[in-house]
Design a protein around this ligand. Sequence first.
Ligand SMILES: NC(=O)c1ccc[n+]([C@@H]2O[C@H](COP(=O)([O-])OP(=O)(O)OC[C@H]3O[C@@H](n4cnc5c(N)ncnc54)[C@H](O)[C@@H]3O)[C@@H](O)[C@H]2O)c1
Length: 440
Amino acid sequence: MRVVEEDLLPSTPGKVKVERPGTMSRHLHRCFASTGTMFLWALFLVAMTATYLSVHSFVDTSSRYFTASWGGLHWERQIRSSASPRRPPGSAEGAGLSVLVTGAAGFVGTHCALALRRRGDGVVGIDNFNSYYDPSLKKARRALLGSHGVFVVEGDVNDGRLLAKLFDVVPFTHVLHLAAQAGVRYAMENPASYVHSNVAGLVSLLEACKDADPQPAVVWASSSSVYGLNDRVPFSEAHRTDRPASLYAATKKAGEEITHTYNHIYGLSVTGLRFFTVYGPWGRPDMAYFSFTRNILQGKPITVYRGRDHVDLARDFTYIDDIVRGCLASLDTAGRSTGTGGKKRGPAPYRIFNLGNTSPVTVPTLVAILERYLRVKAKKNVIEMPGNGDVPYTHANISLAREQLGYKPTTSLEMGLKKFVRWYLSYYGYNRGTHTFRNS
Ligand SMILES: NC(=O)c1ccc[n+]([C@@H]2O[C@H](COP(=O)([O-])OP(=O)(O)OC[C@H]3O[C@@H](n4cnc5c(N)ncnc54)[C@H](O)[C@@H]3O)[C@@H](O)[C@H]2O)c1
């Protein structure tokens, strides 16, 4: 018995015992000596094949994220040209930034990239054009950016090789990181997408930033959702954020901790922005104001959630142009990163700001404003808010952003929705006479 054990097991874990001549045929003979053992061997082979196939399909799936074509001289020329600041020499605003905008084909990303380009900064975008919502809207935004000379690379922020290449081609002064899996409710359907983009993708981006020479300053989008179950209002940066109500919120909170680590160890300059319900033209179709508009125009009912005890939900709706001003002010005031070669040379700024409107509006009021601009009455289906991660109320205290960024929102929900509806009707080609859409 002892001899058999010695023959079958490697002498040292991890090492393979050298076979003696004739040992193999003895093994085979022993192994196939009974039907029971044969059955076990068959099972083993099936398991090996299944493992091979599943590993193969995993590699295939993950490589799908990174198959977008990039590289080559022409591509590098496009990147360099898009990244070059175009402010006139000696202009009052200074030399001009060179900004990598992630999530550039997204709602906020497109507006920020355009605003940067308009004032003469260099901008390169990156976006994976995922299908969380209609990718044709993202492509239309990319076309808009292209017409203003902003190049958007199709790629995933998890692709470290692509990010390293971008930093190799351009010494970006700033990164505006907006790429994320957004939406609170979708987290119950596809939790992995939040980990992929908001946690793994963020780390991948920060790794590239910390390795870059010079290191850029990073401004990134956190969210008002980090306030979670906090019920002190208005929400201030000093309040608790350790009780998230959704996986989305938890990944944004994790992002705040992760960015702090990179600031602490590698000297990256970091500014986290907690946006409060951003809305406006070119907005996100998954958000209530957008889907309400579509349904109202199509004569379909809309679902309006109500809080406990029949209390209306309210949001601190913030118009996109105000958010863009907050983002640009954050880029302009971000201090330098201090690291080189992955080592910190001194402390770098770490900041967090609320960017809201400071005037919450209830959802029924939002619907009433839309009805007025659309000239159609909504069919409302009012139900109690299910436990899906939404919170009943948001309200930003923006004193810190006002003091340090000069942030001052100026657009009321009335005015902002008017601009949104005008854009919506023209983008989707809605004909008020026939109640039909040209492009839907
Ligand atoms: N819009 C809001 O009300 C709001 C509120 C709070 C926070 N935020 C945050 O602001 C940022 C911008 O939001 P938005 O409303 O423009 O959302 P959006 O979905 O329109 O934009 C995000 C973009 O990132 C891209 N993206 C996602 N994962 C990616 C990845 N792994 N690699 C590359 N690209 C990827 C998407 O394709 C999308 O175009 C997000 O970080 C979001 O979480 C938005």
